[in-house]
Design a binder for this molecule. Structure first.
Ligand code: ATP
Ligand code: MG
Length: 392
């Protein structure tokens, strides 16, 4: 590790938040510090809309920290940088040394300067010219090309130091987790719900997960797979509580008492009711599902109306307008794909009707449900609920 190397994290939409900006920034600093903790001891602070993360010992795992910083919601870009004195000589010397490998493999370069310290005697253009001129002399095989250089050397003049770095890489974007409210996300073992959870966390929502299990129809492996999916999400959202809710009796009663074409819909209504009860207890204000319009029979517009009929809080469905290929691409990007495609059964896939209703009417489904003791079934299910904290 290069001595002094540290990270500069640039804020995205956070800077637009006017009055709330301070609390957004505080939250982002706290979230960043928490995410970096497992990579060693870092000092994390914010100045002029940039988060500084500086290792305080030389045992920090800088590669892991670099990856972790890129998973913090609210950060648009991450650069590995080295601070130096704010003189042209010191900046040139630092760039020469720190970016020697990058210069060795480049045929052309340019310098781009930014001044957060507006009292600095040189303006950005003058500084870029001065630093660029000296670097061109130091690396005679590399030509200056301001239009499409192989290497861009970034110089930032900030409060105390100048910072030298190669181009920044994109961060996770979005808003800091915790600033967008608190919601219950229905997490199955499939491809969709890890992505929908991730999307809402990226909008700053603090998540709590609910997973329904139907032993012996669903296995321990299926549950472990869901916990692993939650674990993968903790890299973005920090520790997560996963409520494990027994669903066997409900499914058996539905199978015994209701018309087959409504099995899935009635089951989904129970999932929503139970999730809402858990949300109320937890103080959460919305539910999140991985539903996408028309993907399956229970996700037609009329079916969604039947499902929503039993909820009073907003149901957020971030995948509603997305195609399966887009969802799969995202699941690969966020790292949940390989786990999602493991072949264990979900309680949605046991007792699936051969011909599910695709244009169901609320009153017909309510009538079909009338034989069930909804309150009793819910109470017994909630009694058997357990939760597990999944840590990063
Ligand atoms: P996924 O890929 O997320 O499993 P899906 O396309 O298989 O979704 P369904 O099985 O109909 O669709 O489920 C729709 C949504 O209901 C899921 O995205 C998830 O939010 C929720 N859900 C389904 N099964 C469970 C479960 N066992 N526990 C918790 N939530 C569930
Ligand atoms: Mg599923």
């Amino acid at each position: 590790m290069r001595q002094n190397e540290m990270f500069l994290l640039k804020l995205g939409e956070v800077v637009l938040k006017g009055q709330n900006r301070r609390s957004f920034e505080d939250r982002l600093v706290a979230n960043t510090a928490r995410r970096l903790k497992s990579c060693g001891s870092f000092q994390v602070y914010i100045r002029q809309s940039t988060i500084y993360a500086e290792p305080t010992t030389d045992t920090c795992d800088m590669e892991a920290a670099y990856a972790a910083a890129r998973q913090v919601f609210g950060v648009v870009s991450v650069a590995r940088a080295v601070p130096c004195e704010k003189t042209v000589e010191s900046i040139v010397e630092t760039a020469r040394d720190y970016l020697a490998d990058a210069f060795a493999s480049a045929k052309s370069f340019k310098v781009e300067s930014k001044r957060a310290d507006k009292n600095y005697p040189l303006n950005s253009i003058q500084l870029s010219q001065a630093v660029g001129g000296e670097l061109a002399e130091a690396f005679p095989h590399v030509a200056v090309d301001v239009h499409s250089p192989d290497l861009t050397v970034h110089v930032e003049i900030r409060e105390k130091h100048a910072y030298v770095h190669a181009p920044a890489v994109p961060g996770a974007g979005g808003l800091p987790v915790g600033m967008g409210g608190h919601a219950i996300s229905l997490l199955s073992g499939g491809l969709d719900s890890p992505v929908s959870s991730w999307m809402m966390a990226r909008r700053g929502v603090e998540l709590e997960m609910v997973h329904f299990v139907s032993p012996p129809y669903t296995s321990q492996q299926a549950q472990d797979k869901v916990l692993e999916l939650a674990h993968l999400l903790t890299a973005y959202c920090g520790r997560l509580r996963v409520h494990i809710v027994p669903f066997t009796e409900i499914q058996e009663q539905i199978r015994k008492n209701c018309p087959e074409e409504y099995f899935t819909l009635i089951m989904r209504r129970f999932m929503m009711r139970l999730s809402q009860a858990i949300a109320r207890r937890a103080g959460a204000k919305a539910l999140i599902t991985g539903e996408s319009l028309g993907q399956v029979a229970s996700q037609t517009m009329m079916a969604l109306g039947v499902t929503d009929d039993v909820t009073e809080m907003p149901v957020l469905r971030p995948l509603i307008g997305m195609d399966k290929v887009e969802i799969i691409r995202l699941s690969r990007e966020i790292g949940t794909y390989d786990t999602s495609i493991l072949p264990y059964e979900d309680c949605c896939t046991v007792f699936t009707p051969r011909h599910p209703a695709t244009r169901p009417k609320v009153e017909d489904v309510c009538a079909a449900e009338a034989k069930l003791d909804v309150d009793g079934l819910m109470a017994r299910s909630l009694e058997g609920e357990e939760w597990i904290w999944v840590k990063p």
